[in-house]
Design a protein around this ligand. Structure first.
Ligand code: GLN
Length: 533
């Protein structure tokens, strides 16, 4: 395709409708028609990135290969499209303003008043076009965070309005709204959708396609009514009703020809076939699996479904490939003690100890690991989870009483997990961890090597603390092996206890690297071990 096409996805009525999933699903369909697609998210908050946000505020923080702390929707984009994202795929209002203010200080606008329109909107437009200008993509899908009508999303909507004029047919707007079912009246209501489209129109945008989120399928009548009231073609009113898995959404949209509608509206001839073979076989596996595998996820944000999003999805993908159903149990680490660990963990086929920060719930993680180690349960520690495996081993196998991480206890006599050298003098919290993809060399005789089938791997990091190499010999001579090492820095990235069935921790985050068509080798290996429980 000669010209890059831009698709914008906005949301109305309420938040949490799944704009990210709709954007990712549409991207998947265009990709399955042979186009080169990427998806980017523009978030209207002032933080420079979500790295400093608590999971209670914003769910999981995703990390791109180039070390950007990003919105969790980028995880969906990667899982659906199976291509990596970068810092350019996620922009916040904070970054837009920072760029403009930096230029103002440099004197780029000398003599001029710097204003939201045109300076902020120009900067938003420039950022929207960055990936398109690389020539690497046929379609750039841009998800605008927040809900239409919010004060903070106004500059984004205004930028999209301007771009529609500039790009003409190469620009298309998809608006996602909600059609609630009022139980008392036994009726679905389209009024919120009408109001939301009206708001968008007041801001100068007439959406080309409407996606209606609903609990159940809508009648033709309802779609006809929405088309009529909202100035949208009837065939461009698409419904996205609740389905058991987010991975079914592309199929739901394809059944209504959304990919073809998009192509026709953008003047692209519809040719070729939609190739969703691998995707569909994944879904078939998911639906036909009978036996379950029960995994206990030990963490402190268990009441938040989005806090461990990428881990949940990686477990689901691996379980599906093993033709099992995932029975995922969230176990609150604050509730766990050495005394009650059996009660919570006995019935699990495998235990995953989650990443995290800070002291809260940490002792419960040690109890979970102690139980899992002593009962030879497949155990997977991710980042902080790996550090906890090391601390528990130090305390209970090496006999190093009160061993700890310097993050949790600066007075510990045995700092088996220590602050990385380059972290010691940092004063800025934002974007200053060890972030992004680093190489790791694997020991040939290890679970990790057998899983990856490769000696040199690259995985994404997000941490400040590390395994303290002063204790490496003590650990290795007592049975915990360091099987993955960063070849440049010598940092320990993987630990394992080979005498146990599957007991492995990674300092990196493998969960950021697992997609529907390419589940992560370590998750596959962990689930395989768990299926043998
Ligand atoms: N808090 C730990 C560190 O900073 C682990 C971080 C994580 O689990 N992502 O090293």
């Amino acid at each position: 395709m000669t010209e890059t096409k831009y698709i914008f996805v906005t949301g109305g009525v309420v938040s949490s409708l799944g704009k990210g999933i709709v954007a990712a699903s549409l991207g998947k369909l265009l990709q399955a028609r042979g186009y080169r697609v990427t998806i980017q998210k523009f978030d209207p908050y002032i933080n420079i990135d979500p790295g400093t946000l608590n999971p209670y505020e914003h769910g999981e923080c995703y990390v791109t290969i180039d070390g950007h702390e990003a919105d969790l929707d980028l995880g969906h984009y990667e899982r659906f499209l199976n291509i990596p994202t970068t810092k350019a795929n996620n922009i916040t209002t904070g970054r837009i303003y920072q760029n403009v203010i930096d230029r103002e200080r440099k004197g780029d606008f000398l003599g001029k008043t710097v204003q939201v329109v045109p300076h902020i909107t120009d900067e938003i437009k420039r950022n929207i076009m960055i990936l398109g200008n690389t020539g690497e993509y046929d379609f750039i899908i841009t998800e605008i965070g927040g809900t239409v009508g919010d004060i903070e999303s106004l500059p984004y909507i205004e930028s999209v309005r301007q771009l529609r004029w500039e790009l003409g047919k190469n620009c298309l707007c998809v608006h996602l709204t909600y059609v609630p079912f009022i139980a008392a009246a036994k009726e679905v209501k389209t009024k919120p959708t009408q109001h939301s489209v009206k708001t968008l129109q007041e801001q100068g945008i007439l959406p080309n396609i409407l996606v209606l989120r609903t609990e159940t399928q809508l009648s033709e009548n309802i779609r006809h009514k929405v088309a009529l009231f909202c100035n949208v073609d009837e065939n461009a009113v698409i419904q996205s009703y609740d389905v058991p898995s987010i991975y079914e959404v592309p199929i739901v949209l394809a059944a209504q020809g959304m990919d073809k509608i998009v192509l026709r509206k953008m003047g692209v001839p519809v040719k070729g076939k939609l190739d969703m073979t691998r995707w569909k076989s994944f879904l078939t596996n998911m639906k036909t699996a009978k036996k379950t595998v029960k995994i206990g996820l030990v963490g402190k944000y268990v009441e938040l479904p989005d806090a461990y999003k990428s881990i949940n999805e990686s477990l689901l993908q691996a379980t599906t490939y093993h033709h099992r159903k995932l029975d995922l149990r969230f176990i609150h680490s604050e509730k766990l003690t050495d005394e009650n660990a059996a009660e919570y963990l006995e019935g699990m086929d495998g235990i995953l100890v989650a990443p995290g920060f800070g002291q809260r719930g940490i002792e419960g993680k040690f109890s979970a690991i102690k139980y899992a180690r002593e009962h030879n349960k497949p155990t997977f520690g991710v980042c902080l989870g790996m550090q906890c495996m090391v601390i528990e081993y130090a305390r209970n196998v090496l006999g190093l009483e009160n061993a700890n991480s310097m993050e949790m206890d600066t007075t510990t006599p045995y700092k088996v997990i220590d602050l990385m050298e380059e972290q010691k003098h940092l004063t800025f919290m934002g974007g200053s961890m060890r972030l992004g993809a680093y190489d790791c060399r694997l020991e040939k005789d290890s679970i990790a090597y057998r899983a990856y089938q490769s000696e040199l791997i690259s995985e994404r990091h997000r941490h400040r603390y590390e395994f303290n190499n002063d204790y490496k010999t003590a650990f290795e001579s007592n049975g915990m092996k360091c099987t993955g090492i960063n070849p440049k820095a010598g940092l320990v990235e993987v630990v394992e206890v080979p005498t146990l069935r599957w007991f492995l921790g990674t300092q990196y985050h493998p969960e950021y690297n697992s997609t529907v068509v390419k589940p992560h080798p370590l998750f596959l290996s962990f689930i395989e071990a768990a299926t043998k429980s």
